[in-house]
Design a protein around this ligand. Structure first.
Ligand SMILES: Nc1ncnc2c1ncn2[C@@H]1O[C@H](COP(=O)(O)OP(=O)(O)OP(=O)(O)O)[C@@H](O)[C@H]1O
Ligand SMILES: [Mg+2]
Length: 439
C-alpha cells in the first residue's frame, strides 16, 4: 500500500517536472525570434548553443571520416577481420578526441587532440565542411599546442553589426581600437608594434572610414597628425583643426614630405648625441612628439601626366620610402591608403609597399590588388578579401606576420569626425617646420 502510494507520488512528481519543462521549452521556442533579435547572447546560450552542440556530437564521427580525419585501427587486421572474422563487424576507425565545447558570446570553442600522423593543416582544410555540417557561419582552426588544434566557430557573422566598445580617456599612446575582429575581440591598431600601414580597397569600401576611426582615436593623445590628401583635401580636411599640417595637392605634399624627412634626420642627430637607439630611449622631457602621417589616396601622389609631374611623383615616392625606413625608431609613422598599389603607379610603389608592414585589405575590384596588399599569404585570406560585398563596407582582411583575420571598422560619420577634431584642436602640437604654406 505504502509502496504503491510512493510510486504514485513519484510518477506525479515526474509528470510535473515534464510539464514544467515542456512549458519552458515551448515558451522559449515561441519567444525565440524576439529573444534572438533583442538579446542575441542570451538566445545563443539558451537555445542556439545547445542545438549546435547536439549537431556537433551527432556528426562528429561521420564528419571526421568524411574529411579523411579518421584513422583505421590496425589497418592490416581490418581486411583480415572482414574476411575471416566470421561475420563480426570490422573495427571502427579511430576519430580524433574532442574536448568539452565551451560556448562564447557568439559561438563556441573546442579543443581536439590529433591522432598519430595528423597535422593541424588537415583540420584547417576541413573547416568549411565543419561549418556546413554544424550549420554555423564560420569555423576557424588554429594550432593550440603541439598535438592539439583549437576550433573556433561563430554562429552568425559577428561583423554584421559589430558592437562599439566604450572607450574611456585617451587610452595607451599610439594604440587605437578602430573596430571589431571576427572573433568578437577589439581590432586594435598599435603603431608602436607595427609602425607603418597600408590600407587598400575599391572606391567606397571603407578606407576613409577606417582612417576616421584611427584619427578619432589618436586625437585625444599627445600625438601630431599630418595629412596628405591630394584629392583636394576632401577627406582629411575634416580634421584640419587637429592636424599639425595638411597638404592638399602634390606640390604641397612634396614639400611637406621633404620637411618630414628633415625632421626625422634632426631626430636622428638628437638620438645619436644622446646615445640611444630610438626616441623612446630619450628622457620623457626631451622626447619629441610622435608624428603620424596619413596619406589618403596614394595614387594621386604617384600618377603622372607630364614630365614635371614625374619629377614631383619621384620626389614624393623617395621621401615616403625614406620616412618608412627611418621613421619607426624616430617616432614618425605612416598610414597610406589607396585603391590600387600596383607597380603601374610607378617604380617607387613596390619599394614603399615592402616597407609598410601592416596590411588592411577591404573589398577590392580585382584579385591582383588583394594579392599585392596581403602578399603571398594563405590563399584563404585572398578568398576572404574577394568575398567581401559592397554591403559590408568597412569589412577588411588584416594581415600580419602571424596570419590573417577578418575585421570591420566602426562607422565614424563625418559629423562625428569633425566634432572630435574640434574638441581636441587644442592638443594639436605646433610643428612650425612643417607648415607647407611657409615652406
Ligand atoms: N565600418 C563601416 N560600417 C558601416 N558602413 C561603412 C563602414 N565603412 C564604410 N561604410 C560605408 O561606406 C561608405 C564609403 O566609405 P569610405 O568613404 O570610407 O570609402 P573609401 O574606401 O574611402 O572610398 P573612396 O575610395 O571613394 O574614398 C561610407 O560612407 C559608409 O556609408
Ligand atoms: Mg576615401
Amino acid at each position: 500500500m505504502n509502496l504503491a502510494s510512493a510510486t504514485l507520488t513519484e510518477a506525479n512528481g515526474l509528470g510535473w517536472v515534464l510539464v514544467v519543462a515542456a512549458v519552458l521549452v515551448s515558451g522559449l521556442l515561441l519567444a525565440g525570434p524576439t529573444l534572438r533579435r533583442r538579446y542575441p547572447v542570451t538566445w545563443w546560450l539558451l537555445l542556439g548553443f545547445p542545438s549546435v552542440a547536439f549537431r556537433v556530437v551527432q556528426t562528429w564521427r561521420p564528419l571526421m571520416a568524411g574529411c579523411g580525419l579518421a584513422v583505421s585501427r590496425r589497418p592490416a587486421l581490418t581486411v583480415v577481420s572482414g574476411l575471416v572474422g566470421k561475420g563480426s563487424p570490422p573495427p571502427q576507425p579511430r576519430v580524433p578526441r574532442r574536448g568539452l565545447m565551451h560556448p562564447t558570446s557568439g559561438g563556441f570553442v573546442l579543443l581536439v587532440r590529433l591522432l598519430p600522423g595528423q597535422v593541424p593543416e588537415n583540420f584547417v582544410k576541413a573547416a568549411s565542411a565543419m561549418a556546413e555540417n554544424w550549420q554555423v557561419h564560420a569555423v576557424r582552426v588554429t594550432s593550440w599546442k603541439p598535438g592539439v588544434v583549437r576550433i573556433v566557430a561563430s554562429a552568425a557573422d559577428p561583423l554584421a553589426a559589430p558592437r562599439l566598445p566604450k572607450q574611456r580617456g585617451p587610452g595607451q599612446l599610439l594604440r587605437v581600437t578602430v573596430g571589431a575582429l571576427e572573433t568578437g575581440a577589439a581590432w586594435v591598431l598599435d603603431l608602436r608594434r607595427v609602425p607603418h600601414w597600408l590600407i587598400v580597397g575599391a572606391t567606397r569600401s571603407g578606407k576613409s572610414t577606417l582612417i576616421n576611426a584611427l584619427v578619432a582615436g589618436l586625437a585625444p593623445q599627445p600625438v601630431a597628425l599630418v595629412g596628405i590628401d591630394c584629392k583636394g583635401g576632401m577627406e582629411l580636411s575634416l580634421y584640419e583643426p587637429r592636424l599639425s599640417a595638411l597638404a592638399t595637392n602634390r606640390e604641397q605634399a612634396v614639400r611637406l614630405l621633404a620637411a618630414l624627412v628633415d625632421l626625422t634626420l634632426d631626430r636622428m642627430n638628437v638620438c645619436r648625441a644622446a646615445r640611444v637607439r630610438n626616441i623612446w630611449g630619450l628622457p620623457d622631457k626631451e622626447r619629441p612628439v610622435p608624428v603620424v602621417v596619413i596619406v589618403d589616396e596614394i595614387a594621386e601622389l604617384f600618377l603622372v601626366a607630364s614630365r614635371n609631374e614625374k619629377d614631383e611623383a619621384h620626389a614624393a615616392g623617395t621621401a615616403l620610402i625614406r620616412l618608412a625606413q627611418l621613421g619607426a625608431a624616430l617616432g614618425v609613422f605612416l598610414v597610406v591608403a589607396g585603391q590600387r598599389v600596383g607597380s603601374d603607379l610607378g617604380p617607387g610603389v613596390t619599394a614603399l609597399r615592402a616597407q609598410l608592414g601592416g596590411r588592411v585589405c577591404h573589398r577590392v575590384a580585382d584579385p591582383g590588388t588583394a594579392e599585392m596588399a596581403l602578399g603571398d599569404l594563405n590563399p584563404d585570406a585572398l578568398k576572404a578579401a574577394q568575398a567581401i560585398t559592397p554591403e559590408q563596407a568597412g569589412t577588411a582582411v588584416l594581415a600580419s606576420g602571424d596570419g590573417w583575420e577578418r575585421a570591420r571598422s566602426h562607422l565614424i560619420t563625418e559629423a562625428e569626425a569633425e566634432a572630435v577634431a574640434a574638441e581636441y584642436a587644442h592638443l594639436a602640437p605646433v610643428l612650425s617646420e612643417l607648415h607647407v604654406e611657409a615652406l
